[in-house]
Ligand binder design. Structure first.
Ligand code: NAP
Length: 421
C-alpha cells in the first residue's frame, strides 16, 4: 500500500570547498622510489599504492573546461587529495554509470549547468563530469559521525562530479548505504537516477485504484532504457500492468530476444515502435486491456514525436502522460481533443529538481529500491563496462562516454574503477 507523496521542504546541505591540491607532492616520487630500488620506471610508479606517507591520495578526474562533444572536451586530470579534516571524507570510486543526461551536460544542452572551478588545480576553471556513482570510504576526518572506512556511499545531489577515481566531500553531502550486503557496486551506482525516476513517476502522477491491482496499466516508450526497465519491475511489484514500446532491432529475431528479455523482467506486453505507429495498434490495445475494461492510466514518455502522440491516444480519460526525456529530439505534438474531450493531463518530471526539493523522500526511495534489489526483485541493468585503472588513458574513457547517446547498445556504459586506495 502506498500513498501520493507530499513534497517536503528542502534540507539545507552545506557544500564547503574541499581541500584538494593540484599536482602530486614533491615527496611522493621519492617515497615510491624507495620501494622500487634503482631507476624509477613509470610502471613502478604507476603500480604503487596511491596514498603518500603524508596522507595525500593521488587521484584522476574526467574534467572539461568548455562544452562540446565528450571526445573533444573531456580530459583526464591528475591531482592529489589531502587527508580528510573535520567532517570531510575521502572516497574511492567503485562504479559510475554513463547516463544520457551526463553527455547532454557536457555538450552544454542540459538545463543544469555544472560548476567550473579551479579547486582541482586545473589550468582553466573545469567541471568534473558525471552525476551518479558508488564510492567507498577510504578515510574520514576526526569529526565524521556516521561513516567509517569501507562504507559505501552515493552523493546526495546530482552535479557533484562522479567520474573521478577519488573525491573528498563533506559527510553531509553523502548518503550511506546502510547494508551493503547482497548489493553490488553496479546496483548501488545506478540506483539514484533511473529507478528513482521510474518510482516517483509511477507513484506520484496517478491515483491508482489499489482495489484493482492487476487491472490497470502503464504504457511507456524507451522501455529498454534504465528508467524503462525499472518501471517494468516496479509495475510488476506493485500490481500494475506494463505495455512497453521498444525500437525494432536489425532482425525480427533480435527484436524477439529483446521483447522476451523485458517480459522476463516482468513486462506484461512489449511492442515495437512500428507496431505502436501502425493502424493495428488500437486493436492490440483493445485485446490487451479487455476492450478498455483495464484502463491505461499513465504514460511515461522519454522519446517524444509521433511516438509520444501514439501513447497519449490510448490513455483512458483523465489519465496522465509524464514526459521525462526526449531521445528522438522531436517535440511532443498533441491532438487538441485529447485535452478537451478526454481531459488528459500532461506533466514533466525531472529527478534532479525533485530530489533537491525532497531529499528525505529521495533517500527513502533509494532505500526501497535497494531493498527490492536485495530481495532479487530488481535485476541488474545490462552494462557495457569500461574498466578504469590507474593506467587507463583519458581517450579510452572519453570514447566510452561518447558512445552513450548512440543507442542500440548492449547495455548502459559503466565506468568501473579497478585501482586501489
Ligand atoms: N527527467 C528525468 O529526471 C530523467 C531521469 C533519468 C533519465 N531521463 C531520461 O530518460 C531517457 C532514458 O535514460 P536512461 O538513462 O534510462 O537511458 P539508457 O539506459 O542509457 O538507455 C537509452 C535508451 O534510449 C533509447 N534511445 C536512444 N536513442 C533513441 C531514439 N532516437 N529514439 C528512441 N529511443 C532512443 C535507447 O533505445 P534502444 O534500447 O532501442 O537503443 C535506450 O533504451 C533519457 O532521455 C534520459 O535523459 C530523465
Amino acid at each position: 500500500m502506498f500513498f501520493r507523496c507530499v513534497a517536503q521542504p528542502p534540507l539545507r546541505t552545506p557544500f564547503p570547498t574541499s581541500a584538494l591540491k593540484a599536482s602530486v607532492p614533491s615527496s611522493l616520487p621519492l617515497f615510491a622510489a624507495r620501494q622500487c630500488r634503482g631507476a624509477i620506471s613509470n610502471r613502478c610508479l604507476e603500480s604503487r599504492r596511491h596514498i603518500s606517507a603524508y596522507g595525500y591520495t593521488q587521484a584522476k578526474a574526467l574534467v572539461y573546461s568548455r562544452y562540446g562533444e565528450p571526445k573533444d572536451v573531456l580530459q583526464l586530470h591528475k591531482h592529489s587529495i589531502s587527508a580528510p579534516n573535520g567532517t570531510q571524507v575521502n572516497l574511492r570510486l567503485l562504479a559510475a554509470p554513463l547516463n544520457p543526461a551526463d553527455v547532454n551536460q557536457i555538450q552544454g544542452v542540459y538545463p543544469s549547468k555544472p560548476l567550473f572551478e579551479t579547486t582541482l588545480g586545473t589550468q582553466e576553471p573545469s567541471a568534473i563530469a558525471g552525476n551518479e556513482g558508488a564510492f567507498e570510504v577510504i578515510a574520514t576526518g576526526s569529526k565524521v559521525k556516521n561513516l567509517t572506512k569501507g562504507d559505501w556511499v552515493i552523493m546526495k545531489r546530482t552535479g557533484q562530479g562522479t567520474w573521478r577515481t577519488h573525491a573528498q566531500l563533506d559527510e553531509s553531502q553523502l548518503i550511506k548505504i546502510e547494508n551493503q550486503e547482497g548489493l553490488s557496486p553496479l546496483q548501488v551506482s545506478t540506483v539514484s537516477v533511473n529507478p528513482v525516476t521510474a518510482y516517483r513517476m509511477i507513484k506520484d502522477f496517478c491515483d491508482w485504484d489499489w482495489l484493482r491491482s492487476g487491472e490497470e496499466w502503464v504504457i511507456q516508450n524507451g522501455a529498454n532504457s534504465g528508467v524503462g526497465r525499472a518501471a517494468i519491475q516496479l509495475g510488476k511489484e506493485w500490481g500494475i500492468k506494463t505495455l512497453n514500446v521498444v525500437r525494432e532491432r536489425k532482425s525480427p529475431e533480435e527484436t524477439d530476444v529483446l521483447k522476451q528479455e523485458l517480459k522476463d523482467l516482468g513486462a506484461t506486453a512489449v511492442v515495437t515502435d512500428s507496431e505502436l505507429l501502425s493502424g493495428e495498434f488500437k486493436n492490440i490495445v483493445n485485446e490487451l486491456t479487455r476492450q478498455g475494461r483495464e484502463p491505461i492510466r499513465l504514460a511515461l514518455n522519454c522519446v517524444g514525436g509521433k511516438n509520444a502522440t501514439a501513447l497519449a491516444k490510448v490513455l483512458a480519460p483523465g489519465s496522465h502522460m509524464v514526459t521525462y526525456g526526449a531521445m528522438s529530439k522531436q517535440p511532443v505534438a498533441l491532438p487538441s481533443g485529447l485535452l478537451i474531450f478526454k481531459g488528459l493531463v500532461f506533466d514533466g518530471f525531472w529527478v534532479s529538481k525533485w530530489g533537491d526539493k525532497n531529499p528525505q523522500l529521495k533517500e527513502n526511495t533509494i532505500k526501497d529500491v535497494l531493498q527490492l534489489t536485495r530481495a532479487g526483485k530488481f535485476k541488474d541493468i545490462p552494462v557495457e563496462e569500461a574498466k578504469w585503472s590507474w593506467d587507463t588513458e583519458g581517450s579510452e574513457l572519453s570514447t566510452a562516454v561518447q558512445g552513450t547517446l548512440g543507442g542500440y547498445r548492449s547495455g548502459k556504459g559503466l565506468l568501473r574503477f579497478v585501482g586501489g586506495d
